[in-house]
Ligand binder design. Structure first.
Ligand code: ADP
Length: 179
């Protein structure tokens, strides 16, 4: 995808297995700064994902149906090569906590070394999502926990399709009204 001159395009790369509201938060922040965001799903044969790459593309497209500033794509190989190919000058990554920092810092500096024209921008999600990860969503769902506020509705439906409709969902305890 090549953009007209003067338009900014950012790549948001990741596994998105599955996309969570933490990703959605970062994508919204990306759209507030850049004209377009490409959600780029890494095809990594070494990882054993829950959702195939094709399923993840379909899920994200459904979550962003009608949003013309979002594009969903897949890539393999070097991220900076992919970014260059699609005409992006920025890589967006989310920073949840200090624990993300070391790895992200290394990656950003390596990517800069590989291609100094491409800048990495870090964005912080709303506090409520700073503990959220795709891995945690999968674990909680498999154990019968509620993920409704943590993922787009299409993801909850696809998780139900994967694990079967009979899987019990444990509702959180009702808060007692304050007297
Ligand atoms: P990766 O395997 O590349 O980390 P992920 O799909 O887990 O792929 O994450 C993609 C990007 O989204 C990363 O920059 C990650 O830090 C960010 N991210 C993931 N979960 C959250 C969250 N809850 N809040 C903010 N950023 C997040």
């Amino acid at each position: 995808m090549k953009l007209p001159r003067g338009k900014s395009l950012a790549v948001f790369p990741g596994s998105f297995d599955p996309i969570t509201n933490g990703h959605v938060d970062i994508i919204a922040r990306g759209l507030s700064v850049f004209d377009k965001v490409v959600i780029a799903i890494l095809m990594n044969p070494e990882k054993k994902p829950l959702f195939s790459v094709e399923e993840r593309v379909r899920i994200i497209r459904e979550a962003y149906r009608g949003e013309r500033r979002i594009k969903v794509d897949t890539f393999s190989g070097l991220l900076v090569d992919y970014a260059e190919r699609v005409g992006a000058s920025v890589i967006v990554r989310g920073l949840r906590a200090i624990s993300d920092f070391e790895f992200e810092f290394q990656m950003a500096l390596m990517n800069r070394r590989l291609n100094p024209r491409i800048e990495t921008v870090f964005m912080m999600p709303a506090e409520g999502y700073s503990y959220l990860s795709s891995r945690l969503v999968k674990e909680v769902f498999q154990l019968g926990g509620r993920v409704r506020e943590l993922v787009p509705p299409v993801v909850e439906r696809r998780l139900q399709d994967k694990y079967g409709p009979g899987r019990p969902v444990v509702e959180p305890p009702r808060r007692r009204p304050r007297s």
